[in-house]
Design a protein around this ligand. Structure first.
Ligand code: SF4
Length: 201
């Protein structure tokens, strides 16, 4: 079987909720909610593809990325060229949520390194909530986390399995909640587990 190429965006979905990743990247489900609409609105400028040069920094927008080595593809919101350095800048409309954005921008940098034969030791994530840019050190641990997450997403896609719903606080913020029905599926999973236990007695 051909190994599926993993989309960089799948890493963020997988880290947020493995079931969300399977629904979006395995089953092709997509729904918008207030968070995704706000994100799309905030992305209009980076999605425009218009490039600019300002104070010596060349900024390219909406750049396609891929890595043959990792079996990964996607798109960088922006890539900056600044005094001989090149690095991606990921744009988020809200505030930092764990390490998901760090993984995403590290994956983008690893693709750029392979495509351009450069070393990229740092990248950045711009958060629209505080309107601040956070520096992300692309160290060995973060790169290892990217590789392991790509492998986990690929294994999930190959298995075709849909993980059980965690049915926790994440579901309140999730755009797929109306499709996923986490409380109903979590109950069904619990009943199935109890039934299996009873049959083994
Ligand atoms: S509603 Fe909850 S369980 Fe379902 S995909 Fe979203 S976060 Fe995951």
């Amino acid at each position: 079987m051909t190994e599926p190429v993993v989309l960089i965006s799948a890493l963020e979905h997988f880290v947020y909720c493995e079931r969300q990743c399977a629904l979006i990247h395995g089953d092709g489900v997509w729904m918008d909610n207030a968070h995704t609409v706000r994100g799309s609105h905030a992305h209009r400028r980076v999605d425009s593809g218009l490039h600019r040069r300002e104070r010596g920094v060349l900024t390219l927008r909406s750049i396609p990325l891929w890595s043959e080595t990792l079996g990964l593809s996607g798109r960088a919101d922006t890539v900056e060229f600044n005094e001989g350095a090149v690095y991606p800048v990921e744009h988020k409309s809200g505030v930092r949520h764990g390490k998901a954005a760090d993984l995403q921008v590290c994956a983008q940098a690893m693709c750029l390194e392979e495509m351009m034969h450069v070393d990229i030791p740092v990248a950045y994530v711009w958060y629209g909530g505080p309107r601040r840019r956070a520096k992300v050190l692309l160290d060995h641990q973060l790169r290892t986390d990217v590789i392991e997450t790509v492998e986990s997403v690929r294994a999930q896609l190959l298995s075709g399995e849909l993980p059980a719903a965690p049915n926790d606080a994440r579901c309140e913020e999730c755009q797929l909640e109306p499709h996923c029905l986490p409380s109903a599926t979590a109950t069904a999973t619990r009943i199935a587990a109890l039934t299996s236990e009873a049959l083994l007695l």
